[in-house]
Design a protein around this ligand. Structure first.
Ligand SMILES: [Zn+2]
Length: 358
């Protein structure tokens, strides 16, 4: 509930920010607790600043224990995680390729390591031609290295028809134009292997893809979860939080035990998806509770501001809900997922904006 005392506290918090950034930070930092820290502010190198970088939690040991060791020579980690299915990462982005006995299928081409993929594929699938490249979605950070396969004769590039336009508009970014497109689903059988593609909508502005390999019990859904960690900013920078929330039940319908989600060096499993779902819905519940008093908080703040500057009053209401959500979520999740205190603010804020608009 918003009352005058609460408004005064909020105003004091703003005064604190101003004081901290302008002059004397020591008085503020003495009063600042972890719960008071406004983590959306700039991270600081100043030990007296409440947002001092060392005041953020280190990565959890259980997350670090899962991180694969990169080959110091190649700067990559490559592993046959299921029969004929190879997983590749340089520590930040991930992709995979499938050996079929009748050619190789490549899933995404992140520009950060795509130039190394032809050699890696040649090593692990000697004598097999690269026959298919599949785009998970139209974002350059996952497929902008495709042009390294530009000289591969007879290469088929598969994408959902909904991404063709944006890819052609951005052809300077290393994309290869798709040669096979489809509306909703596309099944590919090559050699001994089966690849099932289905369009979905959980991340990009256009169309996303769920890739499923039934024999390997493997799914790929890029920019969704980050195994071992809280999701990246704004829930994997999703274009629509509501669609992101629906993703979990959609992917859990598949019979899988490995998920490749495009980021962090870890491969995920079914438990990672269940955990990420629980986290996202905790943020959802917290924000829904906060939104019950959102207008009341705005009105009371606006009144306290003597009906001047409604934008600032709106910001106060958003930040109040965000702060309560962040504190609650960080407290509940800090021992379960890494980097919760880095991104929780953004998750709460993205959810608040979603509920303001829906
Ligand atoms: Zn993306």
């Amino acid at each position: 509930m918003m009352n005058r005392q609460r408004i005064l506290m909020l105003l004091a918090a703003y005064a604190g920010i101003a004081t901290m950034t302008v002059a004397d930070s020591s008085a503020i930092s003495m009063a600042a607790t972890a719960a008071e820290r406004i983590t959306a502010n700039a991270v600081s190198l100043d030990p007296d600043d409440p947002n001092y970088y060392k005041s953020f939690a280190p990565e959890l040991a259980k997350t670090l224990a899962r991180v694969p060791q990169l080959d110091p020579e190649t700067g990559l980690f490559v592993e046959e995680v299921k029969p004929n299915l190879f997983y590749v990462t340089e520590g930040i982005y991930t992709s995979a390729f499938l050996k079929t006995g009748d050619g190789v299928v490549v899933f995404d081409a992140p520009p950060s390591f795509a130039h190394k993929l032809p050699e890696v594929i040649h090593q692990h699938a000697p004598g097999e031609a690269i026959k298919y490249l599949i785009y998970s979605h139209d974002h350059a950070d996952h497929i902008g290295g495709a042009s390294v396969f530009g000289g591969v004769e007879g290469l088929n590039v598969i994408a959902a028809s909904g991404v063709v336009e944006s890819i052609s508009e951005e052809s300077h970014r290393g994309f290869l134009p798709p040669t096979i497109t489809f509306e909703q689903a596309y099944d590919l059988t090559l050699g001994d292997e089966v690849v099932e593609l289905k369009t979905a909508s959980f991340h990009s502005e256009n169309v996303d893809l769920i890739v499923y390999l039934p024999r390997q019990k493997f799914v790929m859904a890029v920019d969704t979860i980050t195994p071992g960690e809280a999701p990246f900013m704004n829930f994997g920078a999703t274009a629509d939080v509501g669609r992101y929330l629906k993703f979990f039940d959609e992917i859990l319908k598949y019979d899988f035990d490995i998920i490749l989600s495009g980021h962090v060096s870890l491969l995920g499993n079914r438990d990672d998806v269940l955990e990420a779902k629980e986290y996202a819905f905790d943020v959802n519940s917290s924000v829904l509770r906060g939104m019950e008093t959102f207008l009341e908080q705005f009105n009371t703040t606006f009144e306290a501001f003597e009906y001047a500057n409604p934008n600032l009053a709106y910001r106060v209401a958003i930040e109040s809900v965000r702060r309560e959500c962040s504190v609650e979520v960080i407290d509940k999740w800090k021992d379960r997922l890494s980097v919760v205190d880095v991104w929780a603010d953004s998750h709460c804020q993205a959810m608040i904006l979603y509920y303001i608009m829906h």
